[in-house]
Design a protein around this ligand. Structure first.
Ligand code: 5GP
Length: 339
């Protein structure tokens, strides 16, 4: 047993120090960024915020709105090929979406791409390989196999340490998804004792990834727009959101009313609710690592987007960053006491 004594930080442990700046208006901040990837020969331009591949968040309805705002949606893996074809025909823009698959991914992705090609539909831009624990040899083999077969930018995760970020990139991932335990409906830290404070995870993983020409996504733990600024400040290239996109018209989950107030249900992808819904039962050897919550109904996600992007623009002007890419080099974090 070993103890690492360096203190690791969460979003709530820091604030961003304001700096003198020549930016006199938030209008001067450009939130779009163009990415070139380590392996995939394509490039992508957009606002690097991603709706999480959860079945209540990564919906086609969400993608329709987010894509109009040049943001990404990681479409959840429970749609069938018919759903995909309908969505693409009805105008969901493949440039701003990602396919999601788990550990035995290759066939699932091949099958979907073949179907879309046969139906003359554009192939989604990104492939997201998502597992709760990105530390297994089997997962590295999956990333290698998908890399050998497809030319799309590959997202792989989740991990929280530099050495595994490097391993995933060397296996063929263009972008590593970072976060174990910070999610709003995640109970991994409580159930298993495993996790890593998210701000430190981003700092360490982005350093490792950037050294190899890769990118990282900060996944989980953003409760407020300010947390998104902190994630970019720490070196995240993209930020993935679940809870902040929950409870909207475009989110999945049933809408119900109690005492005249509207709510939607939101649950973790390894919660009992999700497992019962998608697999019919909870396998006896596993414990649920997610919870189910009710969130007040928030209406159209467009309003939330405005709030998020406004916060981000404002943060950029406070530190003098003209673009999202400049935010980390303009960021100094200050430690604060937790109240
Ligand atoms: P949020 O933005 O809600 O804080 O975090 C979203 C992220 O939480 C997702 O992208 C995913 O990585 C993670 N997540 C979603 N469902 C679960 C779950 O049931 N258990 C765990 N451990 N993490 C989850």
């Amino acid at each position: 047993m070993r103890i690492e004594r360096e203190i690791k930080l969460d979003f709530e442990d820091v604030l961003i120090r304001p700096k003198r700046s020549t930016l006199y208006s938030r209008k001067l901040v450009d939130l779009t960024r163009t990415f070139k990837f380590k392996f995939s020969q394509t490039s992508w331009t957009g606002i690097p915020i991603i709706a999480a591949n959860m079945d209540t968040i990564g919906t086609f309805e969400m993608a329709e709105v987010l894509s109009k705002n040049q943001m990404l949606t990681a479409i959840h893996k429970f749609y069938d090929t018919g759903d995909w074809i309908n969505a693409l025909k009805s105008g969901v823009n493949s440039e701003y979406i990602s396919i999601t698959a788990g550990i035995d991914s290759l066939l699932q992705i091949k099958d979907l791409i073949e179907h879309l090609t046969k139906n003359k539909q554009k192939i989604p831009k990104f492939i997201c390989l998502d597992v709760a624990n990105g530390y297994t040899e089997k997962f590295l083999d999956t990333v290698k196999a998908v890399r050998e077969t497809f030319t799309n930018p590959i997202i792989a995760g989740n991990v929280v340490t530099g050495e595994m970020t490097e391993a995933l990139i060397l296996a063929g991932a263009d972008i590593v998804k970072v976060g174990i335990g910070p999610g709003s409906v995640c109970t991994t830290r409580i159930v298993t004792g495993v996790g890593y404070p998210q701000l430190s995870a981003i700092l360490e993983c982005s350093d490792a990834a950037h050294g190899l020409g890769g990118h990282v996504i900060s996944d989980g733990g953003c409760k407020y727009p300010g947390d998104i600024s902190k994630a970019f400040g720490a070196g995240a290239d993209f930020v993935m959101l679940g809870g902040m996109f929950a409870g909207h018209l475009e989110s999945g989950g049933e809408l119900f009313e109690k005492d005249g107030i509207k709510y939607k249900r939101f649950y973790g992808m390894s919660s009992d609710t999700a497992m019962e819904r998608h697999y019919g039962e909870i396998e006896s050897y596993r414990a649920s690592e997610g919870k189910t919550v009710t969130v007040p109904y928030k209406g159209k996600v467009e309003n939330t987007l405005r709030h998020i992007l406004g916060g981000l623009r404002s943060a950029a002007t406070y530190v003098g960053a003209r673009t999202i890419k400049e935010i980390p080099k303009c960021t100094t974090f200050i430690l604060k006491s937790r109240k």
